[in-house]
Design a binder for this molecule. Structure first.
Ligand code: MHF
Ligand SMILES: O=c1ccn([C@H]2C[C@H](O)[C@@H](COP(=O)(O)O)O2)c(=O)[nH]1
Length: 283
């Protein structure tokens, strides 16, 4: 938790104001942040200086794993976080590739599970990684990439967390995740949970021990309308100790994740937190 607060403070101390054309807002911005999560010790990186809705963050991750392309499917899993990008951004609403209400297009998990090949076939990047890791293989290219510039025009948003690179050392699994753009008050609260949970769940279904997860962020920002709450409320609070994440041990395969898993299969133990803070969201 301390590393999150340090990043917030660093943005306040060293950040540079940058105009953002897509949202029409200014962001206080720093470049390059590294966060590390100890998944082996189960120190779940849940924000404690405000109430965090972690089930929504895990629901997003499961939706990516399943290759969802529709905000309604995300809602059914337990998160409304894609509603605005799917249905309220005028550039996407006017895009001829949008297939109707709730469509997100070829974003995130669609690329992860079904990257189009020039010959008409598809690549399932995640299935290949699970297969290799389960067999003890790390070919130094266990990479899940959502970043497909050739199809940016077919999706509502370019992926922010765009690459997850798994590594095996003996029977310990590591994850290095790359993020190009990070809304620190809102997005990072979710992204920390997702990087941690992704390593924990991949270790579980491939029969490995989880090690550490390394989260590398390029552009880390606070939107102008979030700044006051961050500076005057959240950063004035003292953090509580990290809680633990409990995952249903019956989840044993990618198929389980794709078929029957719900948010009831994830539970956080020992979560002490301050009151919620509602930060503005920029579409
Ligand atoms: N500007 C922006 N920031 C983001 O973090 C973001 C996007 N856009 N677009 C795509 C996804 C959607 N994400 C979101 C969207 C909404 C919340 C949000 O409103 N979180 C609330 C609680 C939500 C709930 O109750 O489930 C929060 O207080 O954390 C978080 C992440 C992350 N991403
Ligand atoms: O997982 C996510 C998804 C999105 N974000 C934030 C980062 C930016 O504030 C916006 C995306 O805007 P771009 O103009 O495409 O950079 O969403 C996040 O933090 N985490």
């Amino acid at each position: 938790m301390r590393q999150y607060l340090d990043l917030c403070q660093r943005i306040l101390d060293e950040g540079v104001w940058v105009d953002n054309k897509r949202t029409g807002k200014r962001c206080l911005t720093v470049i390059d942040a590294d966060l590390t999560y100890d998944v082996a010790a189960n120190h779940f990186p849940l924000i404690t200086t405000r109430k965090s809705f972690y089930k929504a963050a895990i629901a997003e991750l499961i939706g990516y794993i399943r290759g969802y392309d529709n905000a309604a499917d995300f809602r059914a899993l337990g998160t409304r976080t894609w509603d605005a990008n799917a249905n309220e951004n005028s550039a996407w609403l006017n895009n001829p590739h949008r297939k109707g209400e709730d469509d997100m297009g070829r974003v995130y998990g669609v690329q992860g599970r079904s990257w189009q090949k020039p010959d008409g076939g598809h690549v399932d990047q995640l299935a290949k990684i699970v297969e290799n890791l389960s067999n003890g293989i790390d070919d130094r290219g266990e990479i899940l990439s959502f970043y497909n510039p050739g199809e940016f025009h077919m999706g509502c948003l370019r992926p922010c967390m765009h690459t997850h690179n798994f590594s095996l050392l003996g029977d310990t699994l590591y994850l290095t995740s790359f993020q190009r753009s990070c809304d620190v008050p809102l997005g990072l609260n979710f992204n920390q949970i997702q990087v941690f949970t992704f390593l924990a769940i991949m270790a579980q279904i491939t029969g490995k021990k989880p090690g550490k997860a390394f989260h590398k962020i390029v552009n880390a920002h606070i939107y102008e309308d979030q700044l006051e709450m961050m500076r005057d409320v959240q950063l004035k609070r003292d953090p509580y100790p990290a809680p633990e994440l409990k995952i249903n041990p019956d989840i044993k395969s990618l198929k389980d994740l794709e078929t029957w898993v719900t948010m009831d299969d994830f539970e956080v133990v020992g979560y002490q937190h301050h009151d919620p803070i509602q930060y503005p969201f920029s579409v």
